[in-house]
Design a protein around this ligand. Structure first.
Ligand code: GUN
Length: 282
């Protein structure tokens, strides 16, 4: 039976560290804050935005929510971002994805000041991550590294297999594992004999977006399995990409869904907002 990597517990520790630092900034007369922009009424996005507001309250950040109608034009959204970029009371800006189809995500993400880009999606920040000279790390991959560290999993020299090549998770995840001297394979929908690849993994990260995608026969006995998936099964229950009940019998450690990577992503967002605030106050 695998050890369960408790994301909620590790996230609580990260948030407590952030809260202590925020309290110090407040004592110095600062009021650091995060602006969260939501366009349209995607119910999942609404839940994520509400959670971010809760996290801000918990660690002591001011949170500024901008909930805009689905018909908002790209020009209007750019105008809001320009305003937030110029607002000294806003230290971090997060535009919740996905955006409505008529708005170009790239245009919007490029418009956010790289100093306030707490998602680390701006090309300048993406480039800085590539060369290992960064202020912010993307929240989900950084959360995964934190979880591996928390169980004393040494990435150095390990074979790490990431399933998924998104800009948000798969690609930066591969890069962070590489920075820690992992030997990294990034698999995707065109990978030939995926199971053959995943069975080589000492550390397996699933970021696919399909419930029960990773089955026990795809996992090397003793592997550490990290589940980034956030899916709803046929019964509407939240579940990951990993067939948990069978994989936990093979893995040495595994993250649950819910209560695994999700809370860590949110905690790292708080840490990134703190980093942004401190750098802007320098
Ligand atoms: N939508 C799903 N995940 C994310 C994320 O990490 N950041 C933003 N801005 N939107 C998302």
């Amino acid at each position: 039976m695998a050890a369960i990597i408790n994301g909620k517990e590790i996230a609580a520790k990260v948030k407590a560290e952030v809260a202590a630092e925020v309290a110090k900034l407040k004592e110095m007369g600062h009021n650091p804050g995060l602006a969260v922009v939501l366009v349209g009424d995607n119910p999942a996005s609404r839940v994520y935005v509400n959670n971010k507001k809760k996290d801000c309250e918990e660690v002591g950040f001011a949170s500024y929510e901008y909930a805009l109608p689905a018909e908002t034009t790209e020009a209007e959204l750019l105008e809001l971002i320009a305003k937030l970029n110029a607002d000294a009371g806003v230290n971090g800006i997060l535009v919740q994805l996905p955006l409505p189809k008529h708005i170009c995500e790239q245009t919007i993400l490029h418009a956010i000041s790289s100093a306030k880009d707490v998602d680390a999606f701006h090309p300048e920040n993406v480039g800085r991550i590539m060369i290992g000279d960064y202020s912010f790390l993307p929240c989900t991959p950084a959360g995964v590294i934190e979880m591996l560290d928390s169980i004393g999993c040494d990435i150095n020299g390990k074979h790490c297999v990431v399933i998924g090549r998104s800009n948000i998770v798969g690609k930066p995840m591969g890069m962070l594992l590489l920075h820690r001297n992992g030997t990294v394979t990034i698999c995707h929908s065109r990978t030939a004999d995926l199971a053959e690849q995943t069975r080589q993994a000492d550390i397996l990260v699933a970021a696919v977006g399909k419930a029960d995608f990773v089955t026990a026969d795809m996992v090397k006995p003793g592997a550490v399995v990290i589940d980034v998936g956030m899916n709803r099964n046929a019964q509407g229950k939240l579940c990951g990409d990993v067939a948990y009940d069978e994989v936990e019998k093979v893995a040495s450690a595994i993250t649950p869904v819910p209560g695994g990577v999700g809370p860590m992503t949110r905690a790292i967002l708080m840490r990134n907002t703190l980093t942004a605030a401190k750098e802007q106050l320098k």
